[in-house]
Design a protein around this ligand. Structure first.
Ligand SMILES: N[C@@H](CCC(=O)N[C@@H](CS)C(=O)NCC(=O)O)C(=O)O
Length: 294
């Protein structure tokens, strides 16, 4: 069982474990009572700060490093973009900037201003650390002026107005050869449904370049819209999974139908979305080969 030792920044570790569905326990540390009174904790982290992580033989500190360890060892998780994802560099940069660039400098400013002896509160080093903090915070401010969040992308569309990625127009791919197509799909949660979906996949997989499973139909459809995927299909979606992505794909010049090739409605379960060019061929492989999926 994974143990998160100490809260504070340990909250971000616990939150990640919750999101990844990994069982863990929390071992509290009372910093105010003095870690010298907690020899068990000092044996785990002799430096006396929190959080620490224990996972079998592994003991480690530094919250961001702990998170990267958990995501690498037990992932992937949709919380972290893949290394080849265009969002990955910004994600990694801002993940580290928080602790390495911002917290590290402001920590001593706060200490000097609030806890230092009265005649040392505005000392030179605290002033320098404050300048470092402010200049690095500028990176965060600049990023947030262009985007509602630090790492990631915004897809938008309106009927008749086109589809956009971070405000720039997007279009579906032009690929015509199904054997070179990258296709997204997703799976249900019940074993029976998954068996039927695997059966369908065995017909699709040999006929395309490859298949991706991102875990979010909304992302899959957005990626068809911007040409990262050439097509996407899934057997059992809810309206809230597909309604926005359906519009994105159509506005980006692609095609969306139900699994029989008829007009798509988000209020029925199956969907095939594509760049339009490969649609008929992809549909034929899926349509003729889908066992009943409840
Ligand atoms: N960069 C470290 C910072 C850890 C840290 O400063 N923890 C605080 C509580 S949130 C602490 O233990 N302070 C007491 C100390 O450093 O001795 C991390 O992210 O894990």
């Amino acid at each position: 069982m994974i143990t998160v030792v100490g809260e504070g920044r340990g909250f971000r570790v616990a939150w990640l474990l919750e999101e990844m569905g990994l069982p863990y326990r929390l071992r509290r540390v009372d910093l105010l009572a003095g870690v010298e009174n907690d020899p068990e904790f000092l044996a785990i982290n002799p430096a006396g700060f929190i959080p620490a992580l224990q996972d079998g033989d592994v003991t480690m500190v530094e919250s961001i490093a702990i998170m990267e360890y958990l995501m690498s060892r037990y992932g992937p998780t949709s919380l972290a973009p893949h290394a080849r994802d265009p969002a990955f560099p910004a994600y990694l940069q801002f993940l580290h900037l928080g602790e390495a660039g911002l917290a590290a400098s402001i920590y001593f400013v706060v200490g000097a201003l609030h806890f230092g002896p009265a005649d040392q509160r505005n000392n030179w080093s605290a002033g320098q650390a404050l300048q470092v903090f402010k200049s690095r915070l500028g990176l965060v401010t600049r990023r947030l002026e262009r985007s509602p969040y630090l790492a990631g992308e915004t897809f938008t569309a309106a009927r008749g107005s086109g589809a956009f990625l971070n405000g720039a127009p997007i279009a579906t791919s032009a690929l015509a050869d199904l054997t070179r197509a990258l296709i997204g799909t997703g799976f249900g949660y019940t074993p029976g449904r998954r068996e039927a979906q695997v059966a369908a996949l065995t017909h699709v997989l040999p006929r395309v370049r490859d298949v991706r499973r991102a875990g979010s139909a909304a992302i899959d459809l957005a990626w068809v819209a911007c040409g990262r995927f050439d097509g996407f299909y899934e057997h059992k979606l809810q309206a809230w999974d597909s309604a926005a992505g359906f519009l994105l794909v159509e506005e980006a010049g692609g095609k969306v139908t139900d699994l029989k090739g008829s007009v798509y409605s988000p209020y029925q379960p199956g969907i095939i979305a594509s760049n339009g060019v490969i649609h008929t061929e992809l549909l034929e492989w899926i349509k003729g080969n889908v066992p009943p999926i409840s």
